[in-house]
Design a protein around this ligand. Structure first.
Ligand code: GLN
Length: 242
């Protein structure tokens, strides 16, 4: 089996070692003898959108978001078409915000998003910082995920849009409505840094399976791995306080 990953703006959007999510995906493929290729694309570089099964865009501060936003608007139709074709997309924090309609920063400046997610983000005065635990119904099951959040932006989903999960610990999208992140087809936005995937292996494998199914056009079942160390890390993270 084979999976192809495109990492967007790795030089600009990569805080809290979010690159670790790519490392986790790669390693889980290697352990299973799945061919994995990872290519990086930054400003001015256009991927061949049909050539990838999973896109990754991570977080960054307002400055980096400003640098990325006009370039991302040029990539908007390619990325949206890929998502409509059931490619997988994982976006974290600042990347998640840029995929919504807009992000209004604390200084009043509005950074336009590409509207892939029907959501908007408005900065508040107090940053929402701390450990976060959510319960997600992704993949038809109750999935407890743990991460770390640090954002000024409050994200509000349009009516009818589905969050990634319900907040158990932490603030989530906006600290008001109990939602965290967003899911649209196989595209996911979340505020969870961490990096997220090394310890949330069920979530990593969910993304990997969807990406493999996108590549091969048929249902895929993943070989299980010895995740005892990762499960221990998750168990500890699930108990952390905000
Ligand atoms: N600049 C955004 C905010 O503070 C995103 C921060 C991030 O990606 N951690 O809301």
């Amino acid at each position: 089996m084979e999976v192809r990953i495109a990492h967007l703006y790795p030089n600009l959007l990569n805080i809290y070692a979010d690159r670790g999510n790519i490392t986790a995906l790669r390693q889980r493929c290697i352990w299973r003898h799945i061919d994995v290729s990872i290519h990086e694309f930054t400003l001015g570089e256009e991927p061949d959108w049909d050539a990838y099964d999973l896109f990754y865009i991570s977080g960054g501060q307002d400055r980096e978001q400003n640098l990325v936003c006009s370039d991302l608007s040029l990539k908007s139709s390619g990325l949206k078409d890929a998502v409509e074709g059931d490619a997988v997309l994982l976006s974290i924090c600042g990347g998640y915000q840029l995929l919504g309609d807009y992000y209004r920063a604390a200084d009043g400046n509005t950074i336009e998003g590409i509207g892939l997610f029907r959501a908007r983000t408005i900065a508040g005065s107090k940053r929402l910082i701390g450990n976060v635990v959510i319960e997600s119904l992704l993949d038809g099951g109750r999935l407890s995920l743990a991460g770390f959040e640090n954002h000024a932006g409050r994200t509000y989903l349009d009516h009818g849009q589905e969050p990634l999960g319900r907040v158990v610990t932490g603030y989530g999208n906006n600290s008001e409505d109990g939602g965290e992140g967003i899911v649209y087809r196989n595209a996911i936005g979340t505020y969870m840094h961490g990096p997220l995937l090394p310890k949330n292996t069920a979530f990593a494998d969910y993304l990997l399976r969807k990406a493999l199914e996108h590549h091969h056009g048929e249902p895929v079942e993943l070989e299980s791995l010895d995740d005892s160390v990762e499960a221990h890390a998750l168990a500890v993270a699930l108990k952390l306080k905000k």
